[in-house]
Design a binder for this molecule. Structure first.
Ligand code: SF4
Length: 373
């Protein structure tokens, strides 16, 4: 499908939409966490793009960072040191996990990207956190206006919220195509579609999704049936692991990933005052594993498993991702005991090395499920 081919080319900091944005001398701001309120950035005509890593060894970052740092955070830093993000006008980090918080200092010291900001995202959702986060987001809005000499008005925020919500609704429609058997969209394709949304002006991405949804109806290369799986865990910023699962008979029909469903599942309330609505949405969205408490996230994972009728769950923890490594056994226990779902917990290190071993374990898990079904 032509739309899918185009979407794949967009998962890059130099894609055609970003280049055009830069050509028009409009600012681009990188961000590192799904808790970054992109609507506020976008309302100032600044393009927010997600900072991603790569699967190559992080040789430049290894000079500055010890071996027991999250391999994803390190890989993003490596890409920055390589100059992949040199065209950014700035970047924003969010206080998510400790790895992200500390690597922000290294970005400021060793990269030459001119502007940097840190949002102190709370880790709980009580009334004090809500007030605190609202103030933090207001400070962020002021920083954006001052640093980039732009206006972020209530009217612009309202219009941006509508565009972002439209994107979220369209992404949900794409996910709905995975409920059938066989699913009409592969898990690897769905991940690429969500990743491309983070790297493209939302108006353009909405148009692309509309074309994609039309093309799907006449799709000739419909994916094969396979063992229906949900994938949960640390970030996935490329589709390699999902392709590996698909190559051994798995059909990834649902996810609990910050680059998947957790990115777009919740809408911003369009009736409320915009900054309050944005605060509420990001504070109460499906939580990431750094948030208190895990139960809310597990509830979402279990709901997704039911909604997409999955037959097994794969939990991937990135090496040295503490927050997911703590959560994984608890989540696995809940899925096995409460829902009777078979679960395989795996660790990987954001590189291609070790994928042969992963492949063997995933293949054995899928064979076991095929015998049970
Ligand atoms: S993968 Fe885990 S440790 Fe790494 S940045 Fe994400 S939450 Fe933090």
């Amino acid at each position: 499908m032509e739309s899918l081919k185009l979407i794949r080319t967009l998962i890059s900091a130099n894609n055609k939409f970003i280049s055009e944005w830069k050509r028009l001398k409009r600012p681009v701001l990188g961000y590192t966490c799904s808790y970054t309120p992109e609507e506020i950035i976008s309302a100032g005509e600044i393009l927010p793009i997600r900072i991603l890593g790569s699967l190559e060894p992080p040789k430049l970052a290894d000079v500055h960072v010890s071996t027991n740092v999250c391999s994803f955070a390190k890989s993003c830093f490596n890409n920055a040191l390589k100059g992949e993000y040199s065209s950014l006008d700035g970047y924003v980090f969010s206080h998510s996990c400790d790895n992200q918080k500390k690597i922000y200092d290294l970005w400021r010291r060793y990269t030459t990207i001119p502007k940097a900001y840190f949002i102190n995202t709370p880790h709980s959702t009580n009334e004090n956190s809500r007030r605190f986060f609202r103030d933090e987001l207001e400070k962020f809005r002021e920083w954006l206006m001052k640093s980039f000499k732009v206006e972020i008005s209530e009217e612009n925020l309202r219009s941006t919220i509508r565009t972002f919500n439209e994107n979220r609704r369209l992404l949900r429609q794409v996910y709905d195509l995975r409920k059938g058997n066989p699913p009409l969209v592969l898990g690897s394709e769905a991940l690429e579609i969500v990743l491309s949304s983070m790297m493209t002006p939302k108006e353009e991405h909405n148009k692309l999704l509309q074309v994609l949804l039309e093309e799907i109806d006449t799709r000739e290369d419909v994916p094969k049936e396979g063992v229906r799986l949900l994938v949960s865990g640390s970030i996935m910023d490329n589709s390699e692991l999902l392709r590996l699962i698909e190559s051994v008979g798995g059909s990834v029909v649902a996810d609990d990933l910050c680059t998947g469903s957790r990115y777009f599942w919740d809408l911003v309330n369009e009736e409320e005052e915009p900054m309050t609505a944005i605060t509420e949405r990001y504070l109460h969205k499906i939580p990431s594993s750094f948030m208190y408490s895990s139960e809310e996230r597990f509830r979402h994972t279990r709901e997704m498993a039911k909604l997409f009728d999955v037959e097994g769950v794969l939990i991937f923890s990135l090496k040295f991702c503490d927050v997911h490594s703590f959560d994984a056994p608890l989540l696995a226990e809940e899925l096995r005991e409460e829902d009777g779902l078979p679960v395989l917990c795996l660790e990987w290190d954001h590189s291609l090395s070790g994928t042969a071993q992963l492949r063997t374990r995933i293949e054995a898990f899928i064979e076991m499920l095929e015998e049970q079904i």
